[in-house]
Design a binder for this molecule. Structure first.
Ligand SMILES: [Zn+2]
Length: 188
């Protein structure tokens, strides 16, 4: 914890040393994009995209999960998406999954167990290829939930909003994007 406190104390000096402008975005924000990702500590959107203050409007949840829209009980995730789309008018939303996501691994374990399939090694150990495929599928499932959000739908129809599915490989640092015509994730 002390490391974090020390870094927060010297942040203004570090920002100045790296030529990071703190004054410009102080009054209002016009982010380049909304970035939705897993809360996983190994995923650092600002580091991946070299974002500076004001660049990214972030939504981070466990597994990067976007719950289906429910008009009876709006969630924090739903309100965050609404604000980004309706108030900030973002033109792009990136939904970024990642490798070795515990949420995806747990879901795949459950799926294998339910199907009575045992993986190699001790008990139910999903294959690496299965995990990658499940991770990719997981991102597309969140993108699907996002594309059905009532704030998002009209902006997709008039093409003023673009959705992107990314997948960050924490072991290599590479980031892939989903290419619909190839039906697969390819390097950015
Ligand atoms: Zn995760």
């Amino acid at each position: 914890m002390q490391y974090l406190i020390d870094q927060a104390r010297v942040f203004p000096a570090r920002a100045a040393a790296h030529d990071v402008s703190l004054g410009a975005p102080a009054q209002s924000q016009q982010p380049r994009a909304m970035f939705i990702s897993c809360s996983d500590a190994r995923v650092v959107p600002a580091l991946i995209t070299a974002a500076r203050p004001g660049d990214l409007f972030e939504l981070r949840t466990y597994g990067g999960v976007i719950p289906p829209y429910d008009p009876e009980g709006p969630t924090g995730e739903s309100r965050t998406i609404e604000y980004a789309v309706d108030e900030l008018g973002v033109s792009d939303i990136i939904v970024c999954g990642h490798s070795y996501c515990e949420v995806v691994t747990a879901a795949l374990h459950d799926h294998l167990a339910a199907a009575g399939i045992e993986g190699p090694g001790e008990g139910l150990t999903p294959l690496t290829g299965d995990l990658t495929a499940a991770g990719h599928w997981h991102v597309l499932a969140q993108l699907d939930a996002l594309s059905n959000h009532p704030s998002v739908v009209p902006r997709l129809v008039d093409r003023s909003l673009h959705l992107h599915a990314w997948f960050h490989e924490i072991e290599t640092g590479a980031t892939l994007q989903y290419v619909p015509r190839a039906s697969s994730f390819l390097p950015l």
